[in-house]
Design a protein around this ligand. Structure first.
Ligand code: PEP
Length: 240
């Protein structure tokens, strides 16, 4: 079961201390449980956070990467090799906040390939917008995102799918349980060997409903993951 914390563009040096509580909690809680916690802080904190988490069982991911695996003249960009070099083991690719600012399925595909080549595991985000949901084309959209995003990706072993309906990210809304079960099932039929996570407004209240949906392999958590108490609560309640 995965619990992935996406800090988005939040956090400075003083935020690093907030993970101490989570480290302490997880050390005891993990025993005999198959749980993975992955922190995805902004790139500015990856290096320090990875040093801090060195002797713990918590891993680190980045939130995006450039599509070119080698160095190049791309001012302001960071590639997968550089992320790996400073301690990241995972990278989120295809997050809807980046799709909304212009990332196409084709660009996402290049990013996924570059990340895998650099030895990063990919947290590949897919999801429909509210308009697409209303038009009842969710499956068609997910199918397209999966097909184009994973085009010519030979080994899918190091890919985790995060199903994140765009309309549920940061809104407090989550899909109806039956709908979510069905959508995750649809993705799993296409990606038989991959873990499928849910993301979108996961919080300590709705985790009780979400945990009853038994085909979900974990959660990608944005807002609530920045508060260690909420993040711990989500994990505890998932198992209560
Ligand atoms: C996310 O950023 O991937 C996310 C799911 O955000 P939130 O939990 O805040 O909706």
């Amino acid at each position: 079961m995965y619990f992935i914390a996406n800090w988005k563009m939040f956090g400075g040096l003083n935020s690093l201390n907030t993970i101490d509580k989570v480290v302490k909690f997880f050390k005891a809680f993990k025993k005999n449980r198959s749980i993975k916690i992955i922190y995805c802080p902004p790139s500015t904190l990856i290096s320090l956070m990875s040093k801090k988490l060195e002797k713990t069982n918590i891993e680190i991911g980045a939130q995006n990467c450039h599509e070119q695996e080698s160095y190049g003249a791309f001012t302001g960009s960071i590639n997968s090799k550089m992320l790996k070099n400073i301690g990241a083991n995972y990278v989120i690719i295809g997050h809807s906040e980046n799709r909304q600012s212009g990332e196409s399925n084709q660009l996402i595909n290049l990013k996924i390939k570059s990340a895998l080549k650099s030895g990063l595991k990919v947290i590949f985000c897919i999801g429909e917008t509210l308009r697409e949901k209303r038009k009842k084309i969710t499956k068609k959209i997910l199918d397209k995102q999966l097909k184009l995003g994973l085009n010519k990706v030979n080994s899918k072993k190091n890919i985790i799918i995060a199903y994140e309906p765009v309309w549920s990210i940061g809104t407090g809304l989550i899909p109806k349980s039956d709908d979510l079960y069905e959508t995750v099932n649809f993705i799993k039929k296409k990606m038989r060997k991959n873990k499928v996570l849910y993301g979108g407004s996961v919080n300590p209240k709705n985790i009780n409903d979400l945990k009853s949906i038994n085909n979900i392999d974990g959660y990608l958590i944005g807002g609530a993951s920045q508060d260690p108490k909420k993040f711990i609560d989500i994990i505890k309640k998932r198992y209560s």
